[in-house]
Design a binder for this molecule. Sequence first.
Ligand code: SF4
Length: 228
Amino acid sequence: MNDVADAAAASAARQTERLKLTEIFFSLQGEARDAGWPTVFVRLTGCPLRCTYCDTTYSFYGGQWWEIDAILTEVARHGARHVCVTGGEPLAQKRCLQLLEKLCDAGYAVSLETSGALDIAGVDPRVSRVLDVKTPGSGEEARNLWSNLPLLTAHDQVKFVICSREDFDWAKQILAQHRLHEVCDVLFSPSAGQVEARALADWIIEEKLPVRFQMQLHKILWGEEPGR
Ligand code: SF4
């Protein structure tokens, strides 16, 4: 190869190692099994969904390209054991799989927050996948990739954001149909401003559902403050 071809190949190789990020920040994990742990969040830019209740619409556009090794360096700077890769929809960028693998290789406890609309088969098995099942109230029920559910293990978690009593009844039916609670933790969260947290807690108790009620800890502590 001549010098121009070498430079082009080197440039292409570098391109394969980059991801578009909206932010990296250090906070407490507000959700799921790791709630309360100091955690570094790596928020990837972009999402193909438009859920009615989305609180991270600022991650849909913009962002900056980061080399994966630079992300690792920035994560290390915070000195935390837990790392959460989130979005947007992180799996919308194929190189997210490389990032997850490298974070696991570096010894972090890694979780991935994903919409449930994209294939999780290629995710490193050391990663704890927090997979949404989109309810009718999300407006994105049709995007659920049902073939993901048989791939779940005890290391993973499934999350339903409940927007109404109708959503609750729908989620109950999906739970029974797929027996998700026999595979991994199942989380039910109230959609802020749509369902009273206490109402959802009462429904779970009344129906004796084998699910974990959860509220978003970071919102209780800091509200909608960005980077929290
Ligand atoms: S999948 Fe997540 S980031 Fe994407 S629109 Fe829905 S809530 Fe927002």
